[in-house]
Design a protein around this ligand. Structure first.
Ligand SMILES: CC(C)(COP(=O)(O)OP(=O)(O)OC[C@H]1O[C@@H](n2cnc3c(N)ncnc32)[C@H](O)[C@@H]1OP(=O)(O)O)[C@@H](O)C(=O)NCCC(=O)NCCS
Length: 206
């Protein structure tokens, strides 16, 4: 297989990653965001299906941000703080960015997201994820975005459905959390399928 040359420049960090949606402002994660994230990431109700446990100290949040910002600056993962009228409400990310494997061109990433418990149920995850998916294809020149949800995570299942991802299949016992094995449902979206993403619509606050 002949190598496909991929040549493009990434937007300037962090300014070039600022995104505005009808109701939300998305800005590239910085090390200054720990204080704003702390009340949300320390909430026990957020993490039953996530790969991490609720944070127990502000230092833990600050330490995590240092590693995420480093990954972002190395273009390995991109993270956006989601704000609704200046209030930090969540985080949406394109992680596991993989451009090549040996002689294969891949240009793929994985979508990840969470919205703080007090702000769930208003369509924010769908609105924010739609914006970074479009950015990932158009500005980061991704070819494919993957997403997964634990079978019992019904809110995430519905979010993925609303975003228009194509279902691939179900992986059995993909991870164990709290001594329970969870299946993972796999989805993907190609750049050529971008029109599948619905335009985010305004939804009044409850
Ligand atoms: C998944 C998550 C990001 C959704 O955030 P959100 O801002 O509430 O999402 P949206 O409002 O855009 O969409 C959620 C949809 O799921 C639906 N939903 C919520 N809870 C549900 C449940 N228990 N069963 C079925 N549907 C549910 C909502 O009604 C909504 O669908 P609708 O617009 O058709 O009414 C949020 O619940 C979350 O952060 N969960 C914890 C972290 C997590 O699981 N992240 C995903 C890992 S794969």
């Amino acid at each position: 297989m002949s190598e496909v040359a991929v040549s493009f420049s990434l937007p300037d960090y962090p300014q070039g990653y600022r995104l505005q949606t009808p109701r939300l402002l998305l800005s590239a994660l910085t090390e200054d965001d720990a204080q704003g994230l702390w009340p949300l990431v320390s909430d026990n109700r957020l993490t039953p299906f996530l790969a991490w446990e609720p944070h127990r100290s502000l230092e833990e949040t600050a330490g995590l941000l240092v590693s995420l910002v480093e990954a972002q600056q190395a273009a390995k993962g991109f993270h956006w703080i989601v704000r609704q009228e200046k209030q930090i409400i969540g985080l949406v990310s394109l992680i596991e960015v993989c451009r090549k494997h040996r002689n294969w061109t891949l240009n793929r990433a994985e979508l990840a997201y969470w919205i703080g418990v007090p702000y769930q149920g208003h369509g924010y995850a769908t609105e924010a994820a739609a914006a970074i998916i479009a950015f990932g294809f158009k500005k980061l020149h991704l070819h494919k975005i993957r997403v997964y949800h634990a079978t019992d995570n019904h809110a995430s299942a519905r979010t993925i459905e609303k975003l228009g991802f194509r279902y691939i299949g179900e992986e059995k016992e993909a991870f164990q959390k709290n001594r329970i094995w969870h299946n993972l449902r796999h989805f993907e979206l190609l750049v050529s399928e971008l029109p599948r993403i619905p335009i985010p619509t305004e939804r009044p606050l409850k």
